[in-house]
Design a binder for this molecule. Structure first.
Ligand code: TRP
Length: 336
């Protein structure tokens, strides 16, 4: 049986954190043998709101590549590639833009909230507004049937599938393929930052990075937000809205131990420090092998660039094939 294609990616605007790991990196690693995997570093998408900071994107590119390799994405199974090195994606974007309305773009909920977050006001870069269409090009170029992403990306997949249906309908040919989002488990969705407030982000300084040293991870865990009313150890505590328990829900595999801890905490008599130490143990065990792997790749950056180059070469061939079919369908392959 031929394998179906999987495509996903991340914008390189910084290092990846444990929210990315639990939310999507792990499932990419798990699925890499079952699908033809294309894992994209979306540098062009990152540039849509960073035109004046290309060096930030450039520097993050290698960090994200290191993160991918260290968590176990195996470049002999998966193609790790760089979006900007596959120019066919841009032409696909141009063709799709003609079948998407400006008002549809303005309604995309993720884009809408990002526009607010980034304070663009009236100065929204046009490239930013249309990035869902370029994302549709990313997904359809590989005829990906599955896209493992966080739930903030659902509107992108929805818009992609609208484009697929319009395109196939307008040109009366089943060229493009609809994709399905693969969402993380409930526990892994929206892992908050260590402050318990917003999702993890660099600007808020509330993220635990895959590349953080053991000391840094420990410090971050010990400073986590818990139940502000749980003052003395014997006080009954609240495990809801308690970041340490939210993290344990996501990372602790021994659900019996966790259930027991929760009821002890709720009864009173279990201190925050103990719970945090337990979480620290679990996180360190998960992150230590990743850290070690990263170290070996860091010492061999040429190899990492080779991986990206080969992945981009392979990705380009697939994207060129789809672009050719798209041009055929529109009827603009004049010199073929
Ligand atoms: N939008 C994704 C992010 O914010 C990155 C991305 C670009 C992507 N193209 C994609 C994800 C295609 C999945 C599929 O990180």
């Amino acid at each position: 049986m031929t394998k179906e294609n999987l495509l996903t990616g991340d914008r390189p605007t910084g290092k990846l954190h444990i929210g990315h790991y639990i939310g999507s990196l792990q499932s990419r690693v798990a699925l890499q043998h079952d699908y033809n995997s294309f894992i994209m570093i979306a540098d062009q998408q990152a540039l849509t709101d960073n035109a004046r900071n290309p060096e930030k994107i450039r520097n993050s590119l290698i960090e994200v590549a290191l993160d991918y390799l260290s968590v176990g994405i195996d470049p002999t199974n998966a193609n790790i590639f760089v979006q900007s090195q596959v120019p066919e994606l841009n032409e696909l974007t141009m063709h799709y833009l003609n079948i998407v309305t400006v008002s549809r773009l303005q309604r995309n909920p993720t884009v809408k909230s990002e526009i607010k977050e980034k304070n663009f006001n009236q100065s929204i870069p046009a490239g930013f507004l249309i990035y869902p269409v370029s994302q549709a090009a990313d997904i359809t170029a590989f005829k990906a049937s599955i896209v493992p992403v966080g739930d903030d990306q659902l509107p992108m997949i929805e818009q992609t599938n609208e484009i697929v249906r319009s395109f196939n309908h307008i040109y009366q040919k089943d060229v493009l393929v609809e994709a399905k989002a693969l969402l993380p488990d409930k526990e892994a969705r929206r892992l908050p930052g260590i402050d318990g407030k917003a999702k993890m982000s660099k600007s808020l300084g509330n993220a635990i990075y895959l590349s953080d040293s053991a000391d840094v991870v420990q410090k971050k865990v010990m400073s986590m937000y818990t139940d502000p009313n749980h003052i003395r150890i014997e006080d009954p505590g609240n495990v809801e809205d308690n970041t340490v328990f939210t993290y344990l829900d996501a990372f602790c595999k021994d659900k019996n131990v966790l259930a027991e801890m929760k009821s002890h905490y709720e009864r009173g008599g279990l201190g925050d420090v103990k719970v945090k130490r337990y979480l620290n143990e679990i996180l360190q065990a998960e992150l230590e092998p990743i850290r070690l792997k990263r170290l070996t790749y860091e010492q061999n950056i040429d190899y990492v660039y080779d991986v990206l180059k080969n992945g981009s070469h392979n990705a380009r061939q697939i994207a060129a094939q789809t672009l050719d079919e798209v041009r055929d369908a529109i009827g603009i392959n004049f010199f073929k």
